[in-house]
Design a protein around this ligand. Structure first.
Ligand code: URA
Ligand code: URA
Length: 298
């Protein structure tokens, strides 16, 4: 896939997650314009380069068909409302003076849960507890509501997740989004996470030592979020959380427990893509999770 197509998809995914601002560090104005110009395919207007400070760049459109134009605006200039409203992206380019420290300070408005999850995320970013960090492109710490009442636990990042740093954004992820919608939940309302935070090369199965190295992050995430129910997606997540070798057919349909939190086991969305006969039982499993949510006190 061409890099600009990858970037376009990435931006679309971030957009779907409700983000409107993209911070690009360590890139020169020229580099940014080359990148955004690549999918803008056309006219680029550049203001004189400001000294170091943030340079907001509005990208009028990331859609295939839209007319291309890019405006780079001086830091002391506001993005014209008409332009920023077209597609909403605001790209902030930071000069050398503005490169953030390795551990980004939490936003002042962050809740205690968000801060703690942010700390875990930063630890994952620099984690070397198993060798997977060396072959992965990005860590995939997990995302969603820091107080989500439901947490989905998958296996490990796949190719799309490794590229974007976000969990369940590939084909299986799109199905997961629909499964959540079926029980009236959006991705933003829940927290989505994997047992492993770095992609195993070629999507091979995680090794026991990788799971044990990574498990403390999941445990801490769950302790912060304190969900009312965990949905274990697929054999691997279920067997790992419940420390069992029982097959998924024996684990689903009942309520288990992990860290004192009810666990519902269901098929992995990737498995549903291969075998639609599992859709019906999956539907029943997530209805069970929904009932646990509904019966838990607020
Ligand atoms: N499969 C998983 O288990 N996790 C992801 O994030 C994507 C696919
Ligand atoms: N677990 C499953 O059940 N299926 C997959 O494809 C991946 C993990």
């Amino acid at each position: 896939m061409r890099p600009e197509e990858l970037l376009r998809r990435y931006l679309q995914q971030r957009r779907e997650a409700g983000e409107t601002e993209l911070i690009l560090d360590r890139l020169s104005v020229d580099e940014v314009l080359r990148i955004v110009g690549a999918f803008g395919r056309g006219r680029a207007e550049v203001a004189p380069q400001p000294d170091r400070d943030a340079l907001p760049v509005s990208i009028p459109s990331i859609s295939d068909s839209a007319p291309a134009s890019i405006a780079a605006i001086r830091p002391d200039t506001t993005v014209p409302a008409a332009e920023s409203a077209i597609d909403g992206w605001r790209v902030v380019l930071r000069g050398p003076a503005a490169i953030p420290p390795a551990v980004a300070p939490p936003a002042p408005t962050a809740s205690p849960e968000e801060r703690l999850l942010g700390e875990i995320r930063e630890e994952i970013r620099s984690c070397t507890r198993c060798p997977l960090y060396a072959t992965a492109t990005n860590p995939v710490p997990g995302e969603g509501s820091s107080t989500g009442k439901l947490v989905c636990v998958g296996e490990a990042p796949g190719a799309s997740e490794d590229q974007t740093g976000r969990p369940f954004v590939g084909q299986a992820g799109q199905l997961l989004t629909k499964i959540l919608a079926a029980i009236n939940l959006s991705r933003e309302e829940v927290f989505i996470v994997n047992v492993l935070k770095h992609r195993p090369p070629g999507n091979r199965n995680p090794l026991p030592e990788e799971v044990e190295a990574c498990r403390p992050y999941l445990t801490r995430q769950l302790e912060v979020i304190k969900p009312k129910v965990i949905v274990a997606l697929g054999t691997f997540a279920a067997q790992t959380l419940l420390e069992t070798k029982l097959p998924i057919g024996k684990l689903r349909g009942q309520v288990h427990e992990y860290l004192g939190i009810p666990v519902v086991v269901t098929y992995h969305p990737a498995a549903l893509l291969r075998n639609s006969a599992w859709k019906r039982p999956t539907w029943e499993d997530v209805q069970l999770a929904r009932r646990i949510l509904d019966s838990s006190a607020a």
